[in-house]
Design a binder for this molecule. Structure first.
Ligand code: ADP
Ligand code: TRP
Length: 325
């Protein structure tokens, strides 16, 4: 089984990215083949500052290694280090129907708001399909918002196979962790960079505490009972704490006499403890930039070998045939 996923280096990773996506990468990495990449080509559609993009890409690699991606178990690489993916994108683009892309959220949302979209944003799902299909991926762990892109990927692969008459492209499946599929942000809405409500995994202690203290809660007075199930602080706490601690805090909510500040303090402590080891690992890798580069180069070399095999198959199927040079 081959597991594959990608994540865009558009900023520092937050709790939503971790619990919605990255944690699954780590859990699945023992699989025979797991490929994880930093989607720098996709990030070009939003990050327009060269220095920022390269810094984000390095930070993404550091964050992923820090939270437990192990280069001995998983193949970690930069998307743009495998140029075959852009060639496959073109092959797929020639047979992707417009209506498939017109209904994709990112493009549709922009259009509905009257914001001009680039061709890059419109064709983003085709590059994503190529990312997945280039490596004969079986399972693609992603957050709920990416499921639509997986459906598009399957449609494109099927169309390629029907048009060229063979099982050239392997159909992948999405893997979504439902229980944590929507991590709330500081305003109680879905945590996302675009809403400015994120809490970053490696936020420093002071800022972390400040952000947690700013999480929106209702105005129930301290002495009254509170409902843990409708409170963003408790929803977040559940991600970090074991069952017994969750129960203890839930009981305190229900009993009354506890202010939200106290629950937030507990969340702060739980989050710090949860990522303590990861913080140390991040510092370790940060002090070894050459080793980090080696990890990415070795990852790209392994991924590329597989990518070249699948692209050759697709070139053959389409009539382009083997490259002459
Ligand atoms: P952002 O919304 O901050 O720009 P991305 O769209 O880059 O984040 O998301 C990267 C990955 O993290 C995706 O697989 C996405 O589904 C997941 N993800 C992002 N935010 C959340 C969230 N609040 N809850 C669960 N998963 C999330
Ligand atoms: N679009 C994905 C996101 O924003 C990132 C991504 C790019 C991806 N290519 C992929 C995810 C291939 C899974 C597989 O989160």
């Amino acid at each position: 089984m081959r597991v594959l996923s990608g994540i865009q280096p558009t900023g520092r990773f937050h709790w939503g990215n971790y619990f919605g996506a990255i944690r699954q990468y780590v859990a699945l990495q023992g699989n025979e083949q797991s490929f994880y990449f930093i989607a720098d080509l996709h990030a070009l559609t939003t990050v327009r500052d060269a220095g920022q993009l390269s810094q984000n890409t390095l930070d993404a690699a550091l964050d992923l290694l820090a939270v437990g991606l192990d280069p001995a178990k998983a193949t970690l690489f930069r998307q743009s280090d495998v140029p075959e993916v852009t060639e496959l994108t073109w092959l797929l683009m020639t047979l992707t129907q417009m209506h498939l892309l017109e209904k994709c959220h990112a493009y549709k949302d922009k259009k509905e708001k009257g914001i001009a979209a680039d061709a890059g944003l419109f064709t983003y799902p085709v590059l994503m399909a190529a990312d997945i299909l280039l490596y004969d991926s079986d399972v693609v762990p992603v957050g709920l918002d990416q499921v639509q892109h997986l459906e598009v990927t399957r449609d494109i692969a099927q169309r390629f196979n029907v048009i060229y008459g063979g099982e050239f492209l392997h159909l992948p499946n999405a893997r979504v962790l439902d229980s944590t599929a929507k991590v709330p942000g500081t305003d109680g809405e879905k945590m996302s960079k675009s809403y400015g409500n994120t809490i970053e995994i490696f936020e420093d202690g002071k800022k972390l505490r400040k952000k947690i203290m700013s999480i929106k809660t209702d105005s129930t007075p301290v002495e009254e009972p509170k409902n843990p199930d409708t409170c963003a602080v408790f929803t977040l706490y559940r991600l970090f704490a074991d069952e017994a601690s969750q129960q203890t805090l839930a009981d305190r909510y229900c009993a009354g006499g506890m202010g939200y500040g106290e629950a937030k303090q507990q969340l702060f402590e739980a989050a710090l403890a949860y990522f303590a080891e990861a913080r140390e690992r991040r510092a370790w890798w940060e002090a070894r930039p050459d080793d980090l580069r080696d990890v990415l180069i070795q990852g790209a070399t392994r991924a590329r070998a597989k990518g070249q095999e699948v692209l050759a198959r697709c070139r053959g199927a389409s009539g382009l045939g083997a490259r002459w040079t």
